[in-house]
Design a protein. Structure first.
Length: 127
């Protein structure tokens, strides 16, 4: 349940170092549509967020060796909820599971979709 004016965020493509597959939220849409988000999700936009965290001890046997610090980048979809109290919103989230990055002959990183998963949550607007 969410209230009018709440910010909604779907965490999309999170790049995690040394992980062989990645997940990308490719779209948020009305059921049966591939291009139309629910009208109650206003001001939809893509955002990029970078953050740092410790990936664990460099040497778990000796913490004095230090911690590994990793940078993560999350490509998200943001929106603001605007609808009637008690309204039920059905929508689909398309998630692409991507392959491990491969280095192309020209040196760029290339990934390709392995599978497309569609999740169909329901949101109810509270009062």
């Amino acid at each position: 349940m969410a209230n009018n004016g709440d910010s909604l965020r779907w965490w999309g493509h999170t790049i995690v170092p040394n992980i062989s597959t990645q997940a990308i939220i490719s779209s948020i849409n009305l059921p049966g549509s591939s291009t139309q988000p629910p009208p109650q999700f206003t001001n939809m936009q893509n955002t990029n967020i970078s953050f740092y965290n410790t990936g664990g001890a460099v040497n778990p046997a000796n913490l004095m060796d230090g911690l590994a610090i990793e940078t993560h980048s999350a490509f998200c979809i943001d929106a603001v909820l605007s609808g009637s109290v008690g309204q039920t919103i059905n929508y689909d989230i398309d998630v692409l599971i991507m392959s491990a990055p491969l280095v192309s002959p020209n040196g760029s990183l290339v990934t390709y979709p392995i599978v497309n998963v569609v999740v169909d949550p329901v949101l109810i607007i509270g009062g």
